[in-house]
Design a protein around this ligand. Structure first.
Ligand SMILES: NC(=O)c1ccc[n+]([C@@H]2O[C@H](COP(=O)([O-])OP(=O)(O)OC[C@H]3O[C@@H](n4cnc5c(N)ncnc54)[C@H](O)[C@@H]3O)[C@@H](O)[C@H]2O)c1
Length: 352
């Protein structure tokens, strides 16, 4: 059994990925500061594993700590050796992800996202662990590209959050090109993950101001927010509202398992950047109508002015994910809306 360090593993994408990895031949050291997640995730994972297979319950360990704390990361690697299961790879989710907050607090974003990654890399080098799957983002692509976005579309992030992601990719590229090492790197560039595990036991727990569309829809459907504000109805799209590529969180979790398995088997230095999206664009109104129809509810909405920095259309080309990882999305928009709403109904206050 291989040991893997999962940073930010208590978060939305991390928790779903941990669940999938635990059903494979991996032991997980899961590091999180809980700045944007809840320690209760450990109980939920345990409950889910109990339902799947009791034997999987002892295959993970949570560690509370900050990715910027180098000696703490060192301690995790040391501990994995002492426990006779040295960490062989890392999936690096830990980071801050609010575009708006990155505009108001850029130095914090550079410190946590870029600074934290540098600390992690230093320790990985110390322990000769050179396998990493990194959480990158579609926000690194230039606004001027036309969708579908392929991996060689122009990279020109337009906010500090996107800058940090592009710069971490640059750092990983420099490591890969350095002569004396054999780094195996996959940058997964996610589009818009939504939905939840079908059990309703784990899901997305947004903290602070809600900026993303799906958590917003959930709040309006719950009656906590009066109406959905739709930013612009005059975009050059099918119905005038913005088009994005929504992907089921379980499909995204599966993509991580495939990426990790690929790197673990790969013997030579590797650097791959791979889009993870469905390859289909969905407008705000299409998502809203699907949500209403599959969940038999009504979402009041109002059109307001466009937001600065938004673009009309963004969706992925996922040819590379399909050819290299044999990954294909298995869940559709209805699954995303049903599963995401189930999580919200069962957990109106998140993990509390
Ligand atoms: N959700 C998206 O739409 C999306 C899209 C593209 C990329 N990403 C990236 O994927 C990764 C995971 O995203 P998510 O949606 O699961 O977000 P999330 O906020 O739910 O998860 C991130 C986790 O990292 C932890 N964390 C933050 N700072 C930390 C620190 N200094 N030390 C240790 N842990 C820390 C948080 O507590 C949280 O549990 C992030 O890097 C994010 O930028 C997310």
């Amino acid at each position: 059994m291989k040991s893997i360090l999962i940073t930010g593993g208590a978060g939305f994408i991390g928790s779903h990925t941990c669940l999938q990895l635990l059903q494979q031949d991996y032991f997980l050291y899961i590091l999180d500061s809980y700045v944007n997640s809840s320690p209760k995730i450990a109980e939920r994972l345990d409950k889910l594993l109990c339902q799947i297979n009791q034997k999987l319950r002892d295959k993970f360990k949570f560690i509370e700590g900050d990715i910027r704390d180098e000696s703490m990361i060192d301690g995790i690697f040391k501990c994995s050796i002492n426990e006779n299961r040295p960490i062989e790879g890392v999936i690096h989710f830990a980071g801050l992800k609010s575009v708006a907050e990155s505009v108001s607090s850029p130095s914090l974003y550079w410190d946590v996202n870029v600074g934290g990654t540098i600390k992690l890399i230093r320790i990985m080098e110390k322990y000769s662990c050179r396998t990493i799957v990194f959480s990158s983002s579609a926000t690194i692509y230039s606004e001027n590209n036309r969708s579908p976005l392929s991996e060689d579309s122009e990279i020109k992030p337009y906010n500090p959050y996107g800058q940090t992601k592009a710069n971490i990719e640059n750092l990983l590229k420099d490591l890969y090109t350095s002569n004396d090492s054999c780094w195996r790197v996959i940058n997964l560039r996610y589009f818009n993950p939504i939905g939840a595990h079908p059990s309703g036991l784990i899901g997305e727990e947004p903290r602070g101001k809600i900026n993303n569309l799906f958590p917003y829809l959930n709040q309006v459907a719950s009656g906590n927010i009066k109406e959905l504000k739709i930013y612009g109805n005059d975009w050059p799209t099918i119905d005038g509202t913005g088009v994005r590529d929504y992907i089921h969180i379980m499909d995204l979790a599966d993509a991580h398992c495939l990426a990790l398995n690929y790197l673990i088997k790969e013997k030579k230095a590797t650097l791959l950047s791979i889009n993870i999206g469905t390859g289909r664009g969905t407008s705000v109104l299409q998502l809203l109508k699907t949500f209403e129809s599959v969940n038999s509810c009504k979402i009041p909405f109002r059109f307001v002015d466009r937001r600065l920095g938004d673009i009309a259309i963004s969706y992925a080309s996922n040819d590379l994910a399909s050819s290299i990882l044999s990954w294909r999305p298995k869940r559709n928009l209805s699954n995303m809306c049903i599963d995401g709403w189930r999580w919200q109904k069962l957990n109106p206050y998140g993990y509390e």
